[in-house]
Design a protein around this ligand. Structure first.
Ligand code: GUN
Ligand code: ZN
Length: 433
């Protein structure tokens, strides 16, 4: 028999969406998580759970929170070096900072170094799965899947497709992009925990022919994913519509190419019409809210209440390097502020769901990740509620006043927490932070 490890601590995970029911989660203040061969085999109150096993190693995290690792549904690994660059909105930011940095990924050595940095930075921040953009260079995808495979991490990524409106060193052609993507799908998709994401960057950088090629690829490999950007910035929308004058709106550009599907993941979606929202919802597509990026680039305020009213699937993500932090705690905190500006004080349960089980469901991965249910991979984190003087004094105040509730604990992590609160990160039961 292989070894059992029992982790003791406060155990939390979602069992449903908090918008479906109030008690959509499990919370065991003195709980246990039992792991064998990289899988969760049990989870419950400590005493009862412990009594079901005779021989196990005990790892005691009493007083700390054990919860599923975060899922970052939209991030650019080649942009780690250009986080926090001054003064531009989207289109100038791409031209001045992003494209020069992405050109360095023509070097496989650079890509390998950056892939390793990126994955370690995810783990430091408690993120155990991401859907990432690579660059136009196939070797950038190979580098990221290779490092992820060393950790047996669940990685979703793909080669960026772009055949226009970018420097020569960063463009492919519709034909080359399709054949390079096909080779990468054949090599990596479904190998270990790797999944391929067909990645037309956005309509401005992809000809109609290239978008159609991307749609064709997805038809041939229907269990791959599609990721792109949609309706992030007003100048981007104007430019897209002038490049595609017979489309009535931005979404139609992607619809015509067969790119709006139940496995499509659209970044930003800030300036959508009700019609576009409804069509995304009908297709079962996923909308990704990236608050730190939207604030940093001055792109606009995503309206979560509108999204909820229509019933769209929404998740949260960092969008590094336009996003300003790898931390999904920081991201949740900024999403709260954006929604406050919209008059919608979003609950911490809603934001946390969109970084865990909600994201796993949206990505059709909830059999594998997103919760601590039996049979899921042991991708989990250990969170310390109070690692700074400010967090400590807030905690002391709430304890003194009998208000140290789960909601207040989680809301504090969201509002003033960050990578320092992530005490440990586990991927398939192995400690990686
Ligand atoms: N739209 C097209 N490419 C990008 C990118 O790299 N970052 C962001 N935020 N938006 C984009
Ligand atoms: Zn992006």
């Amino acid at each position: 028999m292989s070894e059992l490890t029992l982790y003791r601590g406060e155990v939390f995970d979602f069992i449903d969406s908090p918008s479906n029911k109030k008690e959509a989660y499990r919370y065991f203040p003195d709980g246990a998580l039992v792991v064998q061969d990289g899988q969760i085999i049990d989870c419950g109150p400590f005493k009862e759970t412990k009594d079901r096993y005779t021989d196990f190693e005990l790892v005691d995290y009493s007083g700390k929170l054990l919860m599923p690792g975060f899922i970052d549904s939209h991030i650019h690994y080649p942009q780690a070096e250009i986080i926090g660059m001054y003064g531009k909105q989207l289109l100038d930011w791409l031209g001045d900072y992003t494209f020069p940095a992405e050109q360095s990924f023509a070097s496989p050595e650079h890509a390998g170094r950056m892939a390793r940095f990126f994955i370690q930075e995810l783990f430091r921040n408690g993120t155990t799965t991401c859907m990432a953009y690579a660059t136009v260079h196939p070797a950038s995808v190979t580098a990221l899947f290779s490092v992820a495979s060393e950790y047996d991490m669940c990685m979703l990524t793909g080669k960026v497709l772009m055949d226009r409106n970018a420097p020569a060193g960063l463009t492919d052609t519709a034909e080359r992009g399709e054949s390079e993507s096909r080779n990468l799908i054949e090599t990596w998709h479904g190998k270990g925990r790797n999944r391929y994401v067909i990645t037309p960057r956005f309509a401005i950088s992809c000809s109609t022919e290239q978008l159609i090629a991307a749609g064709r690829l997805h038809e041939q490999y229907p269990d791959t994913y599609i990721q792109t950007h949609l309706s992030e910035n007003k100048d981007e929308i104007d430019s897209t519509l002038s490049l595609c004058p017979d489309c009535r709106d931005y979404l139609e550009v992607y619809e015509r190419a067969g790119l709006v599907t139940g496995r499509s993941v659209f970044g930003h979606c800030i300036h959508l019409s009700d019609s576009e929202c409804r069509r995304l919802d009908e297709a079962g597509s996923v909308v990704v809210h990236c608050p730190t990026s939207n604030l940093f680039l001055g792109s606009g305020l995503f309206d979560m209440r509108q999204a909820n009213r229509i019933g769209m699937q929404t998740v949260l993500a960092t969008d590094v390097g336009a996003g300003t932090s790898f931390s999904l705690l920081r991201t949740m905190g900024e999403s709260y502020k954006v929604q406050q500006l919209n008059g919608y004080p979003m609950s911490v349960f809603e934001s946390l769901y969109k970084c865990t089980l909600g994201a796993a469901k949206a990505l059709h991965l909830d059999d594998e990740i997103g919760s601590l249910r039996k049979g899921r991979k042991a991708d989990f984190i250990v969170v310390d509620y109070a690692v700074t003087p400010s967090q400590q004094i807030r905690m002391d105040y709430l304890i003194r006043n009998g208000q140290w509730t789960l909601e207040n604990k989680l809301f504090g992590l969201q509002t003033i927490g960050d990578d320092r609160n992530i005490q440990a990160t586990y991927v398939v039961g192995k400690q990686v932070k």
